[in-house]
Design a protein around this ligand. Structure first.
Ligand code: ADE
Length: 353
C-alpha cells in the first residue's frame, strides 16, 4: 500500500510516519510513503500557494493550480484506480468500516488543506472522497492524513506482528472493548476480577460481553442504539457448520450460531427481533424463504446467502425486506476464498441496518 500525501508540511508527515510501528512498516516495505510538497507547484517566485478569498472574509485560500498539479503528479505515480481523499472537517467522520474499505486499495492519495481551505473548483474536479477525523477544526489536514495512514496500515499484511493483533476487538459489534488487566493480581488494593482467573472460557466471554455492554452504555450510548446482535443461521448439509463458524468470526465477537436443521429452532417462531441481524446460509434455497419469514419478527434484518446455481427468486425476499447476496456462491464461501468482497458488503449492511 502506498500513501501519497500532498501537503505544505512534508516533514510533519515523514516524522510521524517514520516512528514506531509505521516506521517499521516503512522499513520492511509493507507500506510506502510518497510525500509531495504542494509548494513545489507554486506559480509564483515567492513559492506562495495561497490567495485572498473572493467575496472577502478572514484567512487565505489555497490556489487551485498548485493543488491540481500536485494531484496530477501523485496520480502519475499511483495505480489507475487510486482514490483522492481530501481531509476536511466538512465531511463524514472516519470510522472503522471506512478504514477497512480504504485499506482495500493499493494507493491512497491524501490531500491536506491549510489556511481557510482550498479553492473549491479544484476540489470539485479531483477529489473522490472527503473525510473528517472528528467534529473539531484542526490547523490543517496533516494530522487527519496521519490518522488515516495509521488506521489503514493496521490492515496491511506485514504491518502488525501476530502479537499486535489486527483483529479490531473494540468496535466489532459496535461495542467498546472490555477492560484489560495484567500482573500484579492486586494493585493499589484493587484485585483483578475473579472470573478472569478461573480459566473458564465461556464464563470469561460472558463477563467480557457484559463489561463491553456496560462500558458502551456509559461512554457511548449512541453506539448501543446502532448495535445489532449478529446471528448466523445455517440450514442444509452438515458441512455448512464450518462456514457458519468462519463467517460469524468475521462479523461478531458475541453473536451466536444456530443450526436450523434442529427441530427446536424450526419450531421457534419469531426467534429474532428488531435488534438482531441474521445471516442465513443454506444450500436448500427453496426452504430458506419460509425459514427466514418464520424466524424473524417484523423489522429484524437478515441477509440470505445461497448457492448461485439454484438461486431463489430474490424478489420474494426483497418484498419481505431481506437482502439477497447473489454474487458469492456458497461453494466459494466454504473455503473462504474470493468472498472478501461479499463479507465486506455484509459488514456494511450490518452497520447500516
Ligand atoms: N482539517 C482540519 N480539521 C480537520 C478534521 N477535523 N478532520 C480532517 N481534516 C481536517
Amino acid at each position: 500500500m502506498t500513501f501519497h500525501v500532498l501537503t505544505l508540511f512534508p516533514d510533519m508527515i515523514k516524522e510521524v510516519a517514520g516512528t514506531s510501528i509505521l516506521g517499521r512498516a516503512l522499513l520492511n516495505g509493507s507500506i510506502s510513503l510518497d510525500v509531495i510538497n504542494i509548494r513545489d507547484f507554486s506559480t509564483k517566485g515567492s513559492k506562495r500557494v495561497d490567495g485572498y478569498p473572493y467575496g472577502g472574509g478572514a484567512g487565505m485560500v489555497m490556489e487551485a493550480e498548485p493543488v491540481f498539479n500536485a494531484v496530477e503528479l501523485a496520480k502519475s505515480r499511483a495505480g489507475e484506480n487510486a482514490k483522492v481523499v481530501y481531509l476536511t472537517p466538512a465531511a463524514p467522520v472516519l470510522n472503522q468500516l471506512k478504514v477497512e474499505e480504504l485499506s482495500k486499495s493499493d494507493d491512497l492519495i491524501l490531500l491536506c488543506g491549510h489556511y481557510e481551505g482550498i479553492d473549491d473548483r479544484v476540489l470539485e474536479e479531483v477529489v473522490d472522497e472527503n473525510i473528517s477525523i472528528g467534529d473539531y477544526v484542526l490547523t490543517g489536514g496533516e494530522l487527519g492524513a496521519l490518522v488515516v495512514i495509521d488506521a489503514v496500515s493496521r490492515y496491511v499484511p506485514g504491518v502488525l506482528h501476530n502479537s499486535e493483533s489486527s483483529d479490531v476487538e473494540s468496535l466489532k459489534d459496535n461495542l467498546l472493548e472490555y477492560p484489560q488487566y495484567t500482573r500484579p493480581e492486586v494493585w493499589h488494593g484493587q484485585a483483578v476480577p475473579q472470573v478472569l482467573l478461573t480459566g473458564d472460557h465461556a464464563k470469561i466471554e460472558a463477563f467480557r460481553h457484559e463489561q463491553s455492554l456496560e462500558r458502551t452504555r456509559q461512554r457511548r450510548p449512541d453506539l448501543l442504539e446502532k448495535s445489532h446482535r449478529v446471528n448466523v443461521v445455517w440450514f442444509g448439509s452438515e458441512e455448512l457448520e464450518a462456514t457458519a463458524v468462519a463467517l460469524k468470526e468475521k462479523f461478531s465477537l458475541y453473536g451466536e450460531i444456530f443450526n436450523y436443521n434442529r427441530s427446536k429452532l424450526k419450531n421457534a417462531k419469531k426467534r429474532f427481533g428488531s435488534s438482531d441481524f441474521v445471516v442465513f446460509i443454506t444450500d436448500e434455497p427453496d426452504k430458506a424463504e419460509t425459514a427466514l419469514i418464520k424466524l424473524s419478527a417484523h423489522g429484524s434484518k437478515a441477509v440470505a446467502i445461497t448457492p448461485c446455481v439454484s438461486e431463489p427468486d430474490s424478489s420474494f425476499f426483497e418484498e419481505k425486506g431481506f437482502e439477497v447476496i447473489k454474487r458469492c456462491c456458497l461453494e466459494v464461501m466454504k473455503d473462504q476464498k474470493g468472498c472478501e468482497e461479499t463479507i465486506f458488503e455484509i459488514k456494511k449492511m450490518i452497520e447500516q441496518a
